[in-house]
Design a protein around this ligand. Structure first.
Ligand SMILES: NC(=O)c1ccc[n+]([C@@H]2O[C@H](COP(=O)([O-])OP(=O)(O)OC[C@H]3O[C@@H](n4cnc5c(N)ncnc54)[C@H](OP(=O)(O)O)[C@@H]3O)[C@@H](O)[C@H]2O)c1
Length: 293
């Protein structure tokens, strides 16, 4: 397929474009800087210069495509307005495509509430973190848009070695006396390695029915205390005992969105495994942390 990728240089997008190349899909990546264009072309892809904040500048020059994968977000205070305008302009522009394209929209685990140990599936009502509440009407809009066959992926917390959501743990384990966790070390996160998630995006692209949604969780729940202790052990931090900080403190330090770190969730990726044959391979993050170079 010929895929137009938004956010192809990001934490999730970088893995997705590698998976697309491995599966012999063609892709064109939107690039807002020369550095991003270079990173995309290093994968052998074409790039289209443009910013999601000014879609009217590049949507008229879109080539023929079979699908759009949207994973772009700049996490600034105007991210909701930028995404709304992007959909306002991009969806009607896609009506000019000769064949109705698939449109994969990226939601996230933080659109679901705290689950308090209960397993949550795609059927659960949304209870979004306020900073990301705007995503809910946007994903409904994509699913209902007549111009595209919309599908939504809700990634769990995405890690990769000492990167992604593990980056902060790794940094603190090397720089501080203790690794910090938000509110409690018993808080559990659903996890997915970014290569497994990239494989899910490809399966969704190739097989998912229009109008469907999938939670991308390879591990339903994993306690942040276990993650913090594994990094402290691997880096020889002075104490293995995590330091507890409040959600208010992490929001003041990183932004309101970071309150999600205190969300205790258990999310199931069983639907993607059952319907699409998704088989995540990275299921033991503690072992992977211990093996880090
Ligand atoms: N990572 C997770 O654990 C996680 C979990 C659940 C959901 N999600 C969702 O997944 C999406 C992607 O997350 P991520 O972690 O991959 O983010 P990321 O690593 O920060 O990547 C963001 C991507 O968006 C691009 N981008 C940002 N602003 C742009 C703009 N104005 N114009 C064009 N491109 C722009 C960036 O391009 P440049 O390289 O040019 O900066 C980059 O490719 C977000 O919506 C996030 O909420 C993430």
């Amino acid at each position: 397929m010929r895929v137009f990728v938004l956010g192809g240089t990001g934490s999730i997008g970088g893995a997705v474009v590698r998976e697309l190349v491995a599966r012999r899909h063609d892709f064109i990546g939107l690039a807002r800087s020369e550095a991003s264009a270079l990173r995309l072309t290093q994968h052998g892809a074409a790039s289209l210069a443009g910013d999601i904040a000014s879609p009217e500048r590049w949507t008229k020059t879109l080539p023929r495509i079979d699908a759009v994968i949207h994973m772009a977000c700049d996490f600034k205070s105007d991210m909701a307005a930028i995404d709304r305008r992007l959909l306002d302009v991009l969806l009607p522009a896609l009506a000019a495509q000769p064949v109705k394209p698939r449109f994969i929209y990226t939601g996230g685990c933080w659109l679901f509430g705290a689950t308090h140990g209960k397993v949550t599936t795609e059927e659960a009502p949304f209870d979004p973190l306020p900073a990301f509440a705007w995503m809910v009407p946007h994903l409904h809009r994509v699913l209902a848009a007549p111009e595209v066959d919309g599908i939504v992926i809700h990634p769990a917390m995405v890690y990769d070695g000492a990167g992604g959501v593990f980056q902060r743990f790794a940094r603190e384990a090397s720089e501080r006396d203790a690794v910090r966790v938000v509110e409690s070390e018993a808080v559990s996160w659903p996890l997915v390695h970014r290569d497994d998630l990239a494989n899910l995006y490809a399966l969704v692209l190739e097989r998912a029915p229009a109008g469907s949604s999938y939670i991308g969780a390879a591990i339903e729940a994993f306690s942040v205390g276990q993650i913090a202790r594994a990094f402290a052990k691997r880096f020889g931090t002075r104490t293995l005992e995590p330091e507890i900080i409040s959600a208010d403190a992490v929001a003041a330090e990183l932004g309101e969105w970071a309150r999600g770190h205190a969300r205790d969730q258990r999310l199931s990726g069983a639907k993607a495994q059952r319907e699409l044959g998704w088989q995540p391979k990275h299921l033991n993050p503690e072992h992977e942390i211990a093996e880090l170079a």
